[in-house]
Design a protein around this ligand. Structure first.
Ligand code: NAD
Length: 427
């Protein structure tokens, strides 16, 4: 999949761009990543040997501001994947109206095989390689798959050591004690939850009647499941990289999270205070989870999980893409024909970059906000973006994904037109 991911992302831009009624200059500008740096990262391992890892950083587009996007640690990371993810960040930041372009980074590594000290040395090596490529006003990284607040803290520290300045705005998703923002930890899941609440109000849903399956129980997946469960939604299936569990009675999300923290596995637990017991459930694979007949399917792990191979078996009525790129572009039309409502990744997971933006603003001002302030500002941005996209989707009879891309492209069109398009210069 990864080899095709960038091509797939570009094809989607071309297809939607042709209907968006924007200058060709917009589509052309989205075809070409501005710059991608690939670096070899030497790391001293605990046994004394030196291993070389490959790191990437892509600054895809900076039309609307400095590029912004997470850093992923995963064995499948490659240049095409990083560039596709950076393109999606470009679209996403424009949709929610942030003064950012899109970027992304990653290291090809199985982080589970490394000790904590090796991960620290690897993270610092990444910043040493990228120090002249990233910066608070040029390109601002953040966490993604298998990276977290502690890693962001190490990276900020390394950057500040190299540059001999305090520069907390160089990276977001940091620990609160090192300049992070309140509310960044659950922002991605909360943003998706806010989108689902909009669907709930449009469709008059009663939460307890709605079933939800969540693939991936990390930062994004856990928080959206927790917030939905707190509202009464029935979370019937949860999985991680090792597989999943299903029960039509639903699970207590907090209990499963507690079990995962303790054993690093998804276990069907119900806990009252410190006493936990196993509840009746079926063990399912990640493939089975995706094909469950549920009201809301939330892919919250990796890209490319709904493909021509399984699209005909998908039974969910709504799909909320917390992961980036879980549905490949070539099946967009089949999903639409099946009548499935998709809240696309570029909207559904935009809560993360939105609170990252709040963190950057707070770092620049040296003035920090309360949690309710962060939650209120996030809710306003997510609800406005959802409603704008919903209206384009209804008025122009297109899917939510197409509407989201159209909204972004029309914003690029205004910025590009201000500089002058081919049409302007040729007249
Ligand atoms: P994470 O590392 O916190 O969690 C990833 C989860 O996915 C883990 O539970 C892991 O076990 C599971 N997983 C990994 N491989 C899997 C597989 N093959 N099948 C099923 N589960 C698998 O990562 P995250 O930050 O929650 O990111 C998840 C997705 O959300 C990614 O696509 C990421 O790009 C996207 N996203 C994250 C953020 C953020 O702020 N963290 C923001 C926007 C988008």
């Amino acid at each position: 999949m990864s080899d095709h991911i960038f091509k797939d992302a570009i094809e989607r831009v071309k297809r939607i761009g042709s209907q968006a009624n924007v200058s060709l200059d917009v589509i052309d500008s989205l075809m070409h990543p501005h710059a991608t740096l690939t670096a070899s990262l030497p790391v001293r391992m605990d046994d004394g040997s030196t291993q070389y890892f490959t790191g990437y950083r892509c600054r895809y587009n900076n039309l609307l501001g400095p590029s912004k996007g997470g850093i992923r640690y995963h064995p499948d990371v490659n240049r095409q994947e990083v560039e596709a993810l950076a393109l999606w960040m470009t679209i996403k930041c424009a949709i929610v109206g942030l003064p950012y372009g899109g970027g992304k980074g990653g290291i090809t590594v199985d982080a589970k095989q490394l000790s904590a000290m090796e991960i620290e040395r690897l993270s610092r090596a990444y910043v040493r390689a990228m120090a002249d490529f990233i910066g608070p006003d040029t390109d601002i990284p953040a966490p993604d798959v298998y990276t977290n607040a502690r890693i962001m803290g190490w990276m900020m520290d390394e950057y500040e050591t190299i540059k001999r300045v305090k520069a907390p705005g160089v990276i977001t998703g940091k620990p609160i004690s090192l300049g992070g923002s309140l509310g960044r930890d659950d922002a991605t899941g909360r943003g998706a939850y806010l989108c689902i609440k909009q669907l709930e109000s449009i469709n008059n849903w009663i939460p307890k009647d709605k079933t939800v399956a969540v693939q991936g129980f990390g930062n994004g997946g856990y928080h959206v499941a927790r917030l939905l469960h707190d509202d009464g939604y029935n979370i019937v299936a949860i999985s991680d990289s090792q597989g999943g569990i299903y029960s039509n009675k639903g699970f207590d999300v907090e209990s499963i999270y507690k079990g995962k923290q303790e054993t690093n596995r998804i276990t069907a637990l119900y806990c009252k205070h410190s006493v936990c017991e196993l509840v009746a459930h079926d063990v399912i694979t990640n493939e089975q989870l995706l094909e469950l007949d549920v009201d809301i399917l939330i892919p919250a792990a990796l890209d490319g999980v709904i493909t021509p191979k399984n699209v005909n078996n998908i039974q969910a009525k709504n799909i909320v893409e917390v992961a980036n790129g879980p549905i490949v572009g070539e099946v967009d039309h089949i999903i639409q024909k099946k009548g499935i409502t998709v809240i696309p990744d570029v909207l559904a997971n935009a809560g993360g970059v939105t609170v990252s933006y709040f963190e950057w603003v707070q770092n620049k001002n040296g003035y920090y906000w309360s949690l309710p302030e962060v939650h209120n500002k996030l809710a306003t941005i997510m609800e406005d973006a959802f409603n704008e996209i919903w209206h384009i989707s209804i008025n122009e009879k297109v899917s939510m994904r197409d509407a989201a891309y159209m909204l972004a492209m029309r914003r690029f069109d205004k910025a590009i037109s201000a500089h002058g398009t081919q049409q302007y210069f040729s007249n």
